[in-house]
Design a protein around this ligand. Structure first.
Ligand SMILES: [Zn+2]
Length: 70
């Protein structure tokens, strides 16, 4: 299990940038099945209404998100 380098424990939803467990086949936030392993940074949104980061990244839900989908 160590030969695979750069494998991340999470994948990112392309539509809403949610950080999703590898096991999930459907995004729990938006229901999309379009995921990518190419992402950078982790953002935790607790209060999307009052979060500058959420506004900047255009995130409207709380939860774990990636800073950037590459
Ligand atoms: Zn999503």
């Amino acid at each position: 299990m160590s030969s695979k380098s750069k494998s991340k424990p999470f994948k990112a939803c392309r539509s809403c940038k949610a950080l999703v467990d590898r096991d999930n086949e459907i995004c729990p936030v938006c229901g999309s099945k379009d995921f990518t392993d190419e992402w950078e940074g982790i953002v935790i949104i607790i209060d999307p209404e009052n979060s500058e980061i959420a506004k900047t990244l255009e995130i409207k839900n709380k939860g774990r998100f990636v800073g950037k989908v590459i």
